[in-house]
Design a protein around this ligand. Structure first.
Ligand code: HGY
Ligand code: MN
Ligand code: MN
Ligand code: MN
Length: 407
């Protein structure tokens, strides 16, 4: 059974490494907080008898060799970056679960047939470089090498430069051959209210919604707030705000659980007495139905283009597009079997949040379990999950990992 003291130590230690202490978890990829967290996780991987390596993106792998030479691994983990002012569990709960499964393999002296690998990934949230799922997309070859020189953060620092500044080696291999992976397992917090409301311990994820993310730029004309008559303005902010206020209606009209969010809204030059000449804002669009994403995407583009007039220029850049993903039936039934064997309550679930498992699901057998989130809250400092539920989730993963590393 999972050792709750170890789980607690990991949570408490990793929760310290935030750029905004007392105001939630802010841990951007390759930041000083990332470096402290990665050092801790690598130490723990070594302590649990794993061979530790980092890839050319800074994803961390801790490997327990199997009896079978050159056999594909069962990977268990998640991401360890965060949203700004987020919580301590989104991502780290899954990495900690992987660490604890490895500790249990060591404690029980299990030498698996297939290797077990604990994985801790960078930049799943996209908080620093936009787009998201960068660690898992890099591992699975979905981002070209040259892109890591051009993808830049808000300060214009590229992924490669940021890695070098953090003392990481971007020349190491990034892409991983799918033949080296047998399965990918991820424990994640639900980030919603269902498990808690239904008093269920584990959600076995069957589908993850599709999602697309855009960056929209509206350009107008800067001017003096006092001397520019109202009918002679090309005000980028008014246009941007008018567009954003019409987005929820498009999602509601589509149905199918389609959701749309503008989370970032940057005004330039951002002076209180200056008519804004540029606004850059984000659009995050999701649905369980791919056709819904396509339909709403077309309506959003048409809406934005319709404001290209009276001195206003609009442009839209798609940063991420990933279809709804059904996870591996084989892994889902194995996870379900483990919950039954352990007498832990579980239900099948749709995930409204995107996860690294949705990337791996195109390259290996991917499965995911949720543990309850208090009041369904996430992506905020109040995010919290019960240690008992985390321990139950670890036990389910341990049972499943033993099975998947044997046959
Ligand atoms: O946005 C998401 O769904 C995930 O938290 N990256
Ligand atoms: Mn998240
Ligand atoms: Mn997450
Ligand atoms: Mn995720």
């Amino acid at each position: 059974m999972a050792n709750k003291e170890r789980l607690k130590q990991h949570l408490e230690t990793m929760s310290q490494y935030t750029a905004t202490p007392n105001e939630g978890m802010t841990r951007y990829s390759y930041s000083p907080e990332d470096v402290k967290t990665r050092k801790y996780m690598k130490e723990k991987m070594a302590e649990y008898g794993l061979t530790v390596r980092e890839d050319g993106l800074g994803n961390i792998f801790g490997k327990l060799e199997g009896k079978k030479e050159f056999a594909p691994s069962v990977l268990i983990g998640s991401h360890f970056d965060s949203v700004p002012h987020g919580g301590n569990y989104d991502g780290p709960a899954g990495v900690i679960a992987g660490l604890e499964v490895a500790a249990l393999f060591q404690e029980h002296n299990i030498k698996p047939t297939y290797p077990l690998e604990v994985i801790a990934m960078i930049e799943e949230e996209g908080s620093r470089f936009g787009g998201g799922l960068m660690g898992s997309r890099g591992i699975n070859g979905l981002i070209g090498e040259e892109d890591f020189h051009t993808i830049r953060d808000k300060d214009g620092i590229s992924v490669i430069e940021a890695m070098q500044e953090a003392g990481l080696d971007p020349t190491l291999p990034k892409h991983r051959d799918p033949k080296t992976m047998k399965a990918f397992l991820e424990l994640h917090i639900e980030q919603g209210p269902i498990l808690e409301e239904e008093n269920i311990s584990i959600g076995v994820v069957d589908t993850i919604v599709g999602l697309t993310q855009f960056e929209v730029t509206i350009e107008g004309k800067a001017g003096h707030a006092g001397t520019t008559p109202m009918d002679r303005r090309s005000d980028a902010l008014i246009t941007a705000a008018t567009i954003v206020s019409q987005l929820p209606k498009l999602a509601k009209a589509e149905g199918n659980g389609t959701v749309i969010t503008t989370g970032q809204f940057a005004v330039y030059p951002n002076g209180s007495n200056v008519i804004p000449d540029k606004v850059i804002f984000s659009i995050d669009l999701r649905s369980g139905e791919e056709a819904s994403i396509q339909r709403v995407m077309e309506k959003v583009k048409a809406l934005i283009e319709s404001y290209q007039k009276d001195g206003i220029k609009t442009s839209i850049e798609q940063q991420l597009y990933i279809q709804p993903k059904e996870l591996s039936k084989e892994v889902r039934s194995s996870l379900k079997e483990s919950t039954g064997k352990l007498g832990i309550s579980s239900i099948p679930m749709l995930s409204g949040a995107g996860h690294d498992a949705m990337v791996f699901s195109d390259y290996t057998e991917a499965g995911m379990i949720f543990i309850p989130s208090k009041d369904g809250l996430s992506h905020c400092p109040e995010e919290w999950s019960d240690l008992e539920h985390l321990a139950q989730g670890v036990d389910v993963l341990f049972e499943t990992a033993k099975r998947l590393t044997e046959a």
